[in-house]
Design a protein around this ligand. Structure first.
Ligand code: ATP
Ligand code: MG
Length: 347
């Protein structure tokens, strides 16, 4: 434990490597077997197929890292298309809004314009949900110290099934007023999480929304999904993939989500170009991490987080798009992948 702490303090933890993970997770003692099926990512240097099969890993959730323009969204689209062929539904949650994603979906939800029902909360008790949501509201809006008041107001809203208990306070408190204004833009007599979870959906935003309302609506959506999925019980197979763009904005939440090792039928894939913005423990908890190519400074960041050899570094350093390192929990070494992206995934 002493040596582990030492490594953590140096921010150098040999993430996912077999020599550290067994301390953290007994499940990871046996390296994962080679996958012969799943989502085809590409080939290795010997031309052998490399598959991603989130459900066979100790943790179903994963991360995709890469500098701007390295192909994160393109790879995500490839994953969605592959998964779809296997009957797996997909959501993309994309704060930026990218046409190339949208055209892959029949259903899209423009958050804050198209409402969702945030007061129908299967899988959560009122108390739990109010407490979680107020925790993230405090963080997103920097309303430090107001958490308890917000929690109580949310609790009342849940009991009444409407936001009107909060409306009564808008004249008294500018913070509550701001929060109420944002919540009524997200919430409505609209699809519930049970209805949304069943469909392939692309979630995006109008261009002129504040970062706070963007973050709040995504946070609520993720909480609703988490509860709903839990209410459906542990599943034997993957039913839904969630691609979350700009995932570093949800670093705290993801850390608590990735701590859950039971498999509720969905896999969240966190996409980011800022590897250092995540809590380092997220990389230890993740079932898989895909690192795309990038510049020297970016690869230096990666090498500070993962234990990689020079050869592995070279595989993604300055490489033209289309190469990746594929870390799987419990595997002592990452696989060097030459991606084979489906044509329809390109923008
Ligand atoms: N494997 C690949 N081979 C060749 N070109 C690729 C590959 N992956 C992506 N590209 C191209 O590179 C460009 C950038 O890709 P993409 O938008 O997926 O990057 P990104 O990492 O999501 O960027 P950003 O951080 O800006 O969102 C696109 O024009 C895409 O078609
Ligand atoms: Mg992108």
């Amino acid at each position: 434990m002493q040596s582990l702490r030492h490594l953590l303090e140096k921010r150098y933890v040999m993430v996912l490597a077999g020599d550290v993970i067994p301390v953290l997770s007994p499940l990871a003692v046996v390296p994962p077997r080679e996958e012969g099926q799943g989502i085809l990512l590409g080939v290795d240097d010997k031309g052998r197929n490399i598959y991603l099969n989130p459900y066979s890993l100790p943790n179903v959730h994963g991360v995709i890292l890469g500098t701007s323009g390295s192909g994160k969204s393109t790879l995500s689209r490839h994953i969605i298309l592959e998964a779809r062929e296997k009957g797996v539904k997909a959501w993309v949650i994309d704060p930026h809004g990218e046409e190339a994603y949208k055209r892959l979906f029949d259903n899209s939800i423009k958050m804050t314009v198209d409402k969702i029902n945030i007061l129908s909360i299967p899988g959560w008790s009122h108390e739990e949900y109010a407490s979680e949501l107020s925790r993230y509201i405090e963080l997103i809006y920097a309303y430090y110290g107001s958490r308890n008041v917000i929690r109580k107001l949310i609790l009342r809203c849940l009991k009444e099934g409407s936001l009107s208990p909060m409306e009564k306070f808008v004249d008294e408190d500018p913070d509550i007023s701001r929060l109420y204004d944002d919540l009524i833009r997200i919430h409505g007599d609209a699809p519930t999480i049970a209805e949304l979870s069943d469909r392939d959906i692309y979630f995006y935003f109008p261009t002129m929304v504040s970062q706070e309302i963007g973050r709040l609506s995504i946070q609520v959506l993720l909480l609703l999904l988490q509860g709903y999925r839990r209410s459906q019980g542990v599943k034997k197979r993957l039913e839904q993939i969630i691609i979350l763009e700009e995932a570093h904005l949800f670093s705290k939440y993801l850390l608590s989500l990735y701590k859950e090792i039971r498999k509720w039928g969905y896999s969240l894939i966190a996409i980011s170009q800022l590897p250092r913005e995540f809590d380092i423990r997220l990389y230890q908890l993740a079932g898989f991490v895909l690192v795309l190519s990038g510049s020297e400074s970016y690869i230096r960041d990666i090498a500070a987080l993962f234990s990689i050899t020079n050869d592995e570094k070279d595989h993604v350093l300055f490489a033209s798009r289309g190469t990746a390192l594929f870390f799987r929990q419990g595997d002592p070494r990452p696989r060097k992948v030459f991606l084979r992206i489906r044509e329809e995934a390109f923008s």
